[in-house]
Design a protein around this ligand. Structure first.
Ligand SMILES: [Fe+2]
Length: 186
């Protein structure tokens, strides 16, 4: 019997067969590309400096390895650890920055976005929490659309990444530098 999305398959075998797509720089591959859910396997290691605002919930199942989310919540940076074996439901519109310091596997469930429901990415000054840059996007592909916005931010000059409040230059894609700034502040 030929089903629309194929027959049941072994998830870990799929991860093994697609291991190349789960490594940097992409780290992310769709299990059912034409479904009305967005179901992705996310690998690693991968660290980021952007904070993602999804108009819908996200469900994380951390199958292998430990990960955490940096959260921007009402003026404060917070951290939510998602350890190997744990599941987590992130409410809609909670700005989050997934960090995967070690190789791993995360089963990530999202919802396709109806026309008009935009995602946004924002970057914050690690020193004072002021927003440095923000972009909105009608999201069609998790794998392609967000990296296109990262590139726009990374291409901005130091002056354009300078915090308008305290003058600290946002280090762009240099996550370790951004994290060091955040640590120095707390
Ligand atoms: Fe600042």
């Amino acid at each position: 019997m030929d089903l629309q999305f194929g027959n049941p398959f072994n998830l870990m075998q799929w991860a093994e067969d697609n291991a190349g797509r789960l490594k940097p720089p992409v780290c992310n591959a769709a299990l059912f590309p034409d479904s009305s859910y967005i179901i992705n396997m996310v690998g690693g290691p991968n660290t980021r400096t952007d904070f993602h605002d999804n108009p819908y919930e996200e469900i994380f199942y951390q199958i292998k390895g430990n990960a955490y989310l940096n959260i921007w919540d009402r003026g404060h940076f917070e951290r939510v650890d998602i350890k190997e074996g744990e599941v987590f439901l992130l409410p809609a519109h909670v700005q989050h920055s997934p960090q995967r310091p070690e190789p791993g596997l995360c089963f990530l469930v999202e919802q396709t976005r109806p026309l008009g429901d935009l995602d946004s990415l924002q970057w914050y000054c690690a020193n004072c929490g002021t927003q440095v840059w923000r972009a909105e996007k009608q999201l069609e592909s998790l794998v392609d659309d967000l990296p296109a916005i990262y590139k726009l931010f990374y291409a901005r000059s130091d002056e354009e990444r300078r915090c308008p409040n305290c003058g600290t230059v946002h280090p762009g894609k240099d996550y370790s530098a951004w994290h060091a700034q955040l640590k120095a502040r707390s």
